[in-house]
Structures are given as structure tokens and as C-alpha cells.
Design a protein around this ligand. Structure first.
Ligand SMILES: [Zn+2]
Length: 75
């Protein structure tokens, strides 16, 4: 299917960009609180700046309720 490491910039179900929010991420061995807050404020760029390694981002659409998980990498 699609690349795992590409996070959509809008909801893939209803195409709403306004309602498409990052609600969390999972990554082992790292404190994620600040990175998660950064993600809410800045999107994936903020998350990449806050953490190093491989992680899973959880996105939720407040418009239609769609939830998706996306793996991403940073260096
Ligand atoms: Zn949606």
C-alpha cells in the first residue's frame, strides 16, 4: 500500500486538514511528553525535532473520527 513513513497532511477518510491531529506517539526507551506536545503544536516536524529514532505517530480526525497510525523515522 502506501509508504509507512509518510504521514498524511490531512485526513485520508474525509480530506479534512483542520480536524487532522496528532494525538500521540509511541517510541521505546524515550520520554515522549514534550515531543508529543511539540507534535500537537508543530506537527511531524516538531516530533522529529524532539526525538531521535523510530516511532509510531497516532493521528485522529476530529471531523469524522478516523484514526491512523504512522511509523516515522528521524536521524
Ligand atoms: Zn476525517
Amino acid at each position: 500500500m502506501f509508504e509507512d513513513y509518510i504521514v498524511p497532511e490531512q485526513c485520508p477518510a474525509c480530506n479534512s486538514a483542520d480536524g487532522w491531529k496528532c494525538i500521540g506517539l509511541k517510541k521505546k526507551g524515550f520520554s515522549l511528553g514534550k515531543a508529543a506536545v511539540g507534535g500537537l503544536l508543530l506537527g511531524p516536524v516538531g516530533l522529529l525535532g524532539g526525538t531521535i529514532g523510530k516511532k509510531t505517530l497516532t493521528y485522529y480526525c476530529t471531523n469524522c473520527g478516523y484514526t491512523g497510525e504512522y511509523k516515522t523515522l528521524s536521524t
